[in-house]
Write a protein that binds this ligand. Structure first.
Ligand code: ASP
Length: 443
């Protein structure tokens, strides 16, 4: 590896890590034929390669709880400051939830129709399941299938949020875990928005600080990601062959299809029938925003461009677009929620974890909340995906399967995230004073 490798961008290094690791694994799988060879390979995998691969994932795990709590509370508190903006605030909350929910519904539909995780042989799936899962499927079956739906829903409201946080990643925990922590954060955020600001400023400052620190720790983990992905890619293909990679291709296609449906079907329907706006003109006007989001993979980095375009091209009233877009850059992540839904259900399929309808609804709910709590930075959703995976009994390490191509998907979902913010701003502005000056008309 030349020294120049270290100068490559992080996504390029992660992708090459995956390719190198996976190819090396395939070569080794072919080369090892004797029982002694298998034994030696097994030793290396168990004692060196897999631990190295799991290092960065453990660091991500470490910050999932503080990150989810601070991000959801801040996201909801900002969104929920309804009194400040009255009707505009309320409309923003409603449209954000509506757009995110449709995104997750699209995700559930495409992943159940195309079943991207089922494109592997029984043999590979059995090997994967026994290696990573042990009795997890049983646990899922016990934990949720035997529980009446009403109790499952009631279980979302934690009696003791601290206990839920402590046990969130415990293998045999059958309580709410991470989702209960999310629900607690939701309540906390709503209450924070309602409390007098002079009494809660310090608390908000602590939460903002916690969030920033978590972001820096994720940065540490991501520096180790190229090595980690190479090791995990190696151990997957050395044991399971190319089957896993084929599934990855299907998965990518299904995510892109879901995102395209939301971008080119759902948004235009909302724009035309609720916003009274020509979708064609809308997309033409926001080209610059789409390009910026696609190239930066960050809603936050795209915010200045979105603000300008909303005012100069879409002619939205500034007080509305500023509020909706600023809050939406971190709290309205439709593309991310959609992507999380597909990813979690894909990995559940890969690992043969059968999710009942109730469980899928719970996953959908978690993805909607995750959409509220995802940082608008590249890879901001990864800690949340890890958290949701563990909650439904899929090993968090399995995220390595998709990490190599995550940047490409991040570019696409971020484009949707910012489009969703602008769609939301158009819908909120409809009928408000100052709107429609030169708003694109039906056409
Ligand atoms: N990169 C996304 C954004 O900034 C967040 C994510 O899905 O990772 O909007």
């Amino acid at each position: 590896m030349t020294p120049k490798f270290w100068k490559w961008s992080l996504p390029a290094r992660i992708l090459s890590g995956l390719v190198l690791g996976a190819v090396a694994g395939l070569i080794v799988k072919d080369a090892v034929t004797t029982p002694e060879g298998f034994e030696r390979l097994g030793w290396w995998l168990a004692n060196v390669i897999q631990p190295l691969g799991k290092l960065f994932i453990r660091i991500i795990f470490m910050i999932v709880i503080p990150l989810i709590f601070s991000a959801i509370v801040l996201g909801v508190a900002e969104m929920g400051d309804v009194r400040k903006l009255g009707r505009v605030g309320l409309k923003s909350v409603l449209f954000t939830l509506l757009l995110t929910t449709t995104g997750v519904a699209v995700a559930l539909t495409v992943v159940n129709v195309f079943e991207p995780g089922r494109h592997m042989t029984e043999e590979t799936r059995d090997a994967l399941t026994s290696r990573y899962l042990g009795d997890v499927s049983e646990k899922v079956a016990q934990g949720v299938k035997k529980t009446p739906p009403a109790d499952t829903l009631l279980g979302l409201i934690p009696q003791n949020p601290l206990a839920e946080a402590v046990n969130a990643f415990a293998p045999n925990y059958t309580g709410g875990g991470l989702i209960a922590v999310m629900v607690f954060s939701l309540f906390f955020g709503v209450a924070l928005a309602m409390a007098p600001a002079d009494k809660t400023d310090a608390l908000t400052g602590v939460l903002k600080g916690t969030f920033e620190v978590c972001m820096i720790i994720i940065g540490f983990a991501m520096r180790l990601a190229p090595l980690g992905v190479a090791c995990l890619g190696f151990s997957l293909t050395a044991q399971l062959g190319a089957d896993v990679l084929r599934s990855l291709g299907f998965y990518t296609a299904v995510v892109v299809l879901g995102l395209a449906l939301q971008q080119f079907v759902t948004y235009p329907l909302f724009l035309r029938f609720i916003g009274g706006v020509s979708p064609w003109r809308f997309f033409k006007n926001i080209r610059e925003v789409l390009l910026t989001a696609f190239s930066t993979s960050s809603s936050n980095a795209t915010l200045p461009v979105s603000l300008r375009v909303a005012e100069t091209e879409l002619k939205l009233p500034p007080q509305i677009s500023r509020f909706v877009l600023t809050v939406g850059a971190s709290a309205n992540q439709n593309g991310t929620a959609l992507y999380e839904g597909v990813t979690v259900l894909f990995l559940a399929q890969v690992f043969g974890v059968d999710l009942s309808v109730t469980q899928q609804v719970v996953v959908a709910f978690m993805c909607i909340l995750a959409g509220l709590g995802t940082a608008g930075v590249p890879g901001g959703s990864l800690p949340l995906v890890v958290g949701v995976l563990v909650t439904i009994g899929v090993p968090g390490e399995s995220i390595a399967i998709i990490l190599g191509i995550d940047r490409l998907l991040d570019m696409c979902r971020t484009t949707l995230n910012v489009t969703g913010d602008l769609v939301c701003a158009v819908l909120v502005a409809k009928g408000e004073p100052g709107s429609g000056r030169e708003l694109p008309v039906r056409g």
